[in-house]
Design a protein around this ligand. Structure first.
Ligand code: BTN
Length: 245
């Protein structure tokens, strides 16, 4: 990964550029990194605050030969890679909140946005967007996210080298991706579960069709969350916001 890196000072969104490059046959592993995003995007059409020189805002183009329903696995691989990179750089122990939030002391430090271009039975490309809050201080955050967001610098008390983090992340990501292509999802699932906070806990998952309340049992082989409700029925959740409760 990262044999081709497109580095930009300021962009709308690295995701948008990645989609564009993917349509122009950019090879697997192409990376787009920007110092600043003017319209960074999060999941569910939310905004992603991406101020200049403070974070890692990047998108990676992958072209795995897997069936489209397995695409969520890539989000989980990415989350494990981010956790490993942060651990190595800072000594902190981040945790994963399914499917894609990485938290330190209960506050969000990283978001992952996975977007898929696929035919009925074949993936054309997967664009993985990663936003890591690195050197922001608490006063830099807008009021509406002050209580829920943090940065590596706030949590470690140090100013960190973003380039170092990118290097570590691409290295970890590549190793996990190759492991996945060779051995399948199972070894990744074990790593993911060992740093997930919600598994075994009672949670509420808000999906577009309604809420499901129950115990998070774990994830399936495809990376789908399983929740057992009070009546003992097991629900498979593909996309939701979850809350520990
Ligand atoms: C989320 O938690 O909702 C996902 C946030 C993803 C943010 C990253 S930053 C790089 C890439 N470009 C974007 O516009 N979004 C993703």
């Amino acid at each position: 990964l990262g044999t081709q890196i497109h580095y930009e000072e300021s962009v709308g969104s690295t995701q948008k550029i990645a989609h564009h490059l993917a349509n122009e046959d950019a090879p697997e592993g192409t990376v787009i990194i920007a110092e600043e995003q003017l319209s960074g995007r999060g999941r569910m059409d939310r905004k992603w605050h991406s101020p200049k020189y403070t974070g890692v805002w990047m998108s990676v183009i992958l072209r795995p030969n897997i069936p489209p329903p397995k695409a969520p696995q890539l989000t989980l691989i990415t989350a494990v890679a981010v956790v490993q990179a942060i651990e190595e750089l800072t000594g902190l122990s981040p945790q994963i909140k399914w499917p894609n939030d990485i938290l330190i002391n209960g506050k969000k430090v990283t978001g992952i946005l996975t977007e898929l271009q696929a035919d009925a039975d074949r993936i054309i490309s997967i664009i993985i967007g990663i936003g890591i809050n690195v050197n922001q201080q608490i006063e830099d955050y807008p009021d509406e996210i002050k209580n829920i967001a943090t940065s590596l610098s706030i949590e470690s008390g140090k100013k960190l080298q973003r380039a170092e983090l990118v290097k570590l992340l691409l290295h970890k990501f590549e190793n996990l991706y190759l492991l996945y292509l060779e051995k399948g999802f199972y070894p990744i699932k074990l790593l993911w579960e060992s740093c997930a906070i919600s598994i075994g806990k009672t949670i509420t998952a808000r999906t577009i069709t309604g809420s499901i309340h129950g115990k998070a049992l774990g994830i399936t082989e495809d990376g789908v969350l399983m929740i057992e409700d009070e009546a003992g029925k097991v629900h498979h959740v593909y996309s939701a916001d979850i809350e520990l409760s």
